[in-house]
Design a protein around this ligand. Structure first.
Ligand SMILES: NC(=O)c1ccc[n+]([C@@H]2O[C@H](COP(=O)([O-])OP(=O)(O)OC[C@H]3O[C@@H](n4cnc5c(N)ncnc54)[C@H](O)[C@@H]3O)[C@@H](O)[C@H]2O)c1
Length: 353
């Protein structure tokens, strides 16, 4: 009988690859055919866990295998473009780790190739598939928070220092993808500063500000040199505010019915009087389902039906455009950089120290 499961190959079995492998193995609509890695020790480790899955140190073996329909790429960022392009040219659908490619130009080429061949191109923006971020998006779309004033996030820990990308491309990529997913508007400009404390390595600490045409402003602080791990985001709206702590085991999201009220100035006063509203706090139920499980299900579904992924090529491109602009801004001491194709009435002000 013909096997109708999607045949999968995974390239890269380092730190993150095993998470993808585990989820493809447990997905009933997928069949993990082979794992490729240049390191024989990594391949031996995969065989100990999955003796029935073939291993190879030659990526070409995945490309040539007709039983492989799709390839997941979990190798360092500098290799994403070449490996993804080769997979698409071999007629395979691809799921590429974040960030999709090292430049917007290269992402555009991948999108063209995938479109021409009618293949799925998806990027692993894992956080979009977390129940917590999906709940925040739902609350924002239902206008529970009112007008969004700010997104303010800190993502820091001690390590893991990367050699081929700076902390923006490694960590802020998560926030940029979340911002793009939960807010109803695209940023128009970005300003960023970054610091490197280890000679010969990329920036290990950065602060990014995203400007929008509306009142909204987003600020993201990322750091590989922090004494404690922090994954905390505040989303402030005119009606309610959210505190999202990804390290909380259960109550990851807390919604505060707090805010300010502006009273009309009386005749003898010239300024608005600001009142403070302190209502209830509630923690909505958040499912414990692993994000990668949802994401792998979504990828398999997109491959089978041809429907566009939530984190498809275009969403990956918008994220890379912001990361590129942030890198340009860092190189120019925080000068605000207008994002491509965005017209704005906002005149971004220079960030002050
Ligand atoms: N989605 C997430 O939350 C998340 C988390 C961590 C890492 N990542 C991403 O996963 C990717 C890999 O990161 P990592 O931390 O696992 O790196 P890693 O260095 O631990 O692992 C990469 C593996 O790829 C192998 N490799 C490199 N080039 C290869 C090639 N041409 N052919 C076959 N194998 C090759 C290496 O031998 C290594 O085992 C990066 O893009 C990173 O941004 C995503």
């Amino acid at each position: 009988m013909q096997d109708i499961r999607v045949g999968m190959g995974v390239v890269g079995y380092g730190y993150w690859g095993p998470n993808l492998v585990r989820n493809f193995v447990s997905n009933p609509s997928a069949r993990l055919v082979a794992i490729a890695d240049l390191d024989p020790g990594k391949l031996a480790a995969s065989t100990r866990l999955y003796p029935g899955v073939a291993t190879t140190d030659r990526y070409e073996d995945l490309l040539k295998d007709p039983s492989i329909d799709a390839i997941a790429i979990a190798t360092p960022v500098r290799t994403h473009y070449e490996l993804a392009l080769a997979a698409l040219k071999a007629g395979k659908h691809v799921l590429v780790e974040k960030p999709l490619a090292p430049s917007a130009d290269l992402v555009r080429r991948l999108i063209d190739e995938a479109d021409r061949r009618k293949l799925t191109l998806m990027v692993d923006h894992t956080f979009l598939y977390t129940p917590a971020v999906q709940k925040i998006r739902e609350l924002v779309l239902k206008e529970e928070l009112g007008e969004i004033y700010y997104y303010d996030s800190t993502r820091s820990s001690l390590g893991l220092f990367q050699s081929d990308v700076n902390v923006i491309w490694d960590l802020a990529v998560h926030d940029v993808s979340i911002i793009q997913y939960i807010l109803n508007e695209d940023p128009v400009a970005v300003s960023a500063t970054g610091s490197c404390h280890v000679a010969g390595t990329p920036e290990n600490m950065a602060h990014i500000t995203l400007f929008f045409d509306s009142k909204c402003v987003a600020h993201v602080s990322v750091n590989w040199l922090s004494p404690i791990k922090v994954r905390q985001t505040f989303v402030g709206g005119s009606k309610k505010m959210i505190v999202y702590d990804d390290l909380e085991p259960t109550e990851k999201i807390k919604v505060y019915d707090k805010g300010i009220t502006l009273d009309e100035p009386s005749e003898d006063a010239h300024q608005f009087r600001i009142g403070y509203r302190a209502g209830d706090m509630w923690a909505p139920h958040i499912s414990a389902k692993e994000a990668l499980q949802t994401e792998v299900e979504h990828f398999i579904d997109c491959v089978r039906t041809g429907s566009p992924p939530i984190s498809g090529g275009m969403s990956g491109l918008r994220v890379i455009e912001i990361l590129e602009a942030a890198s340009r801004s860092i190189a120019d001491q925080g000068r605000p950089v207008l994002l491509p194709g965005r017209r704005t009435s906002v005149t971004p002000v220079r960030a002050t120290a």
